[in-house]
Design a protein around this ligand. Sequence first.
Ligand code: SF4
Length: 401
Amino acid sequence: MSSEKSKVYFGSVQHGKVAQIACFSAKVDKITEMLIEQTPIAKKDKVAIKMHLGFNEGYQTIPVFFVRRLVEAVKKAGGYPFITDNPTAVYNAYKRGYTQETCGCPIIPIAGVKDGYTTSVKINFKGIKTLDLGGALKDADVLIDLTHAKGHGACGYGGAIKNLALGGYSGMSRWMKIHGVAQVDKYWDKEKGTPEHAKKLVDACPYGSLRYDEAQGNLIRNYHDCHQCFTCLEVDQGVGALKVPRESYSAFQEMMAIASSKVLETFKPEKVFYLTFLLQITTFCDCLGMGQPPVVNDIGVLGSKDIVAIETATLDLIKKEGLIEKAIPPFLKHVNLNADEDLHPFTRLHGPYKDPYEAVNFIEKLGLGTSHYELIEILSPEETAKMETAEKQFEGEPSFF
Ligand code: SF4
């Protein structure tokens, strides 16, 4: 682990005065400018902006307002930007306001129109040998990991690592291998568990995360929906057919670290930067395609050249901010609000085996950065409060510009 600290730039949503220079977009622009200055973008470099464009009824992804400004900044630096995400999100992105016209650049499916334009990368983790990396990433010269920070059912937190790890691959790799890794360690003993017992367990799970496959005689857990309430273990007492293996929850976190490290290996480290928006921080991720109440107040934006540092800073700021308790979805019956326990808000929501720092620790061990960071606030409310600013301008007459 390096003893040197990585810089993480922070722009707060809070402002020091009523002036454009003090507002949030000014901070986003300044941080973008600083990161572009530190990133050698050659003329005509193809710049992949990897973001999640959301699904269906979801409206809490990164506002197109900021995406457009980032695209313009990349163009100004001489790059040819394009936005990329999984094919379905790309094809229906227009429903959520993301189009070539609004964003200012093409929006390209990460693995081609039929999700088959990929390149195989070797991993060898838990018996899984390869993953199919999206060809659009392979083709790019520069990568901007543009992330919306929020909770996630499978691992507690969806951030910069998950944006690359899940979004950077074909659907088959994403679902069967990356999510599928949680199923590798066996947790159901067919010999001990009769179909009747399995059905009792299915009925007992308060989150509907167990199902029984009669044909295979197999009990299957949906790890995304499991809140580790351990009701199933209580019902299984005396039979011993079922496990809730801690290592299966960790396996997904480690797989995400591996998958995102493989994306990053296709770029020169200096040709990558990270921008994370800590706005509309919801319990579940944008893949669910629905609006949700934010469970943490809006915090701001972070930018860095170091994925480990920005992820650690994001999680630390969310932890410091804490949960808006009245916004917690009422169907989550096992949220741990015990203030005496030092838990991250996403662990409180999603259960004790879903520690959001875990993937970050794994990727740090892979040598992709450091969790030691220096948080540098840009245009802080204190700083902008003292700034001389232009007189406020209001509309005197209708203007088309
Ligand atoms: S631990 Fe709780 S949520 Fe998870 S499968 Fe068992 S009963 Fe369901």
